[in-house]
Design a protein around this ligand. Structure first.
Ligand code: NAI
Length: 334
């Protein structure tokens, strides 16, 4: 079975090589999947991709024509996949629903602390021999209200960690969260969350309903000086509204690990190029904005789990395929 693994950086390849079956012919490519790179997938029954690979109808149609039957996502989010098109084309899509919620939750809290206590400024200041505290004033997390959007694995973990800080944690999810009650986390409506929270953090999937959930209208409802954190997906936030909110000081802090147009930037070294995304560059000019490049998931444990689940998914698929072939050919298989 031929497998092409797009967006495979050396660290991905290392983790995948340890768990892929020896008889699978796996091609690891650092480039992402798009129309310009699809030729590599010709004849590959399985194509494995990551968060910023393009899996729209056009790409999926070409993949199907080339013989692809399985997309093995190496991530939890599937907002970049046209699932209806995949279904129509008979391509199965499997993902890694959970690998390390701890990695993302810990990074989320890390962004909050770094922004609040200006750790990113302190790092530079001290190295320059500047020990002044002007501009470094933070606030106690204890007693603050934190609003979490999305009561899944990551959102609940973030809530649990912040409860340990003594925060008042509220959560919004369209479904009743029984586990939240047990954690002492109050489930509220979005309006309540937007108006009452000192810190708001996003942990819901990106879909038609949540696209730009952080927009000008909702930012206007928030407390002045609110801290916004996004380790979910870039499209959850309207970048233009963020810039306006930062300029008016309605947003006091912004910490993002994801960005709506990150596909053109993240996971690659652009340090010798002129970055053409003016909105992204504008974000970087604010002293109260901290950006990381989709690294919240990036721990040893998560990489190993992603590789293992991906290999398990491909194995399960190949076993089902063999069973189907046996049924079609009316032969008995062991
Ligand atoms: P999960 O599937 O366990 O939880 C998602 C929660 O969001 C569910 O409780 C669901 O009911 C809720 N939800 C659905 N629609 C909603 C809406 N309209 N408003 C509010 N909540 C809604 O997912 P998990 O593992 O907690 O991950 C959350 C998100 O984090 C993923 O969808 C993914 O986009 C992102 N992620 C980011 C990573 C990073 O490295 N930055 C790594 C892993 C995930």
């Amino acid at each position: 079975m031929k497998i092409v693994a797009y967006s495979s950086k050396p660290y991905d390849k290392q983790a995948l090589c340890r768990v892929m079956q020896p008889d699978w012919e796996t091609l690891y490519l650092e480039v992402s999947l798009g129309l310009d790179t699809i030729a590599f997938a010709q004849g590959a029954e399985v194509v494995s991709t990551f968060v910023n690979d393009r899996l729209d109808e056009k790409v999926l149609t070409l993949l199907a024509q080339g013989g692809t039957k399985l997309i093995a996502l190496r991530c939890a989010g599937f907002n970049n996949v046209d699932l209806n098109a995949a279904k129509k084309l008979g391509i199965r899509v499997l993902r890694v629903p959970a690998y390390s919620p701890y990695a993302v939750a810990e990074h989320t809290v890390g962004l909050m602390l770094a922004l609040n206590r200006k750790l990113y400024k302190a790092y530079n200041r001290i190295r320059e021999g500047n020990f002044a505290l002007n501009g470094m004033l933070g606030f106690d997390m204890h007693g603050k209200t934190v609003g979490i959007i999305g009561a899944g694995l990551i959102g609940r973990l973030v809530g649990k960690m912040l409860k340990a800080f003594g925060c008042h944690v509220v959560i919004y999810d369209p479904y009743t969260c029984v586990a939240c009650k047990e954690l002492g986390i109050e489930q509220v409506d979005l309006e309540h969350l937007f108006t009452q929270s000192d810190i708001i953090t996003l942990h819901c999937p990106l879909n038609a309903e949540t696209n730009h959930i952080i927009n000008a209208e909702n930012i206007a409802k928030m407390k002045e000086g609110v801290m916004l954190i996004n380790t979910g997906r870039g499209g959850l936030m309207d970048t233009a509204a963020l810039i306006a909110g930062l300029k008016s000081k309605q947003i006091g802090y912004l910490g993002i690990d994801v960005y709506e147009k990150e596909g053109a930037l993240f996971f690659e070294d652009h340090s010798c190029e002129i970055i053409q995304d003016d909105a992204f560059e504008r974000l970087l000019t604010f002293p109260n904005v901290l950006v990381t490049g989709h690294q919240a998931y990036f721990t040893h444990e998560a990489l190993e789990q992603i590789a293992q689940t991906t290999a398990d998914n491909i194995l399960a698929y190949s076993q089902i395929q063999s069973a189907d072939e046996c049924l079609e050919n009316e032969v008995t298989c062991d």
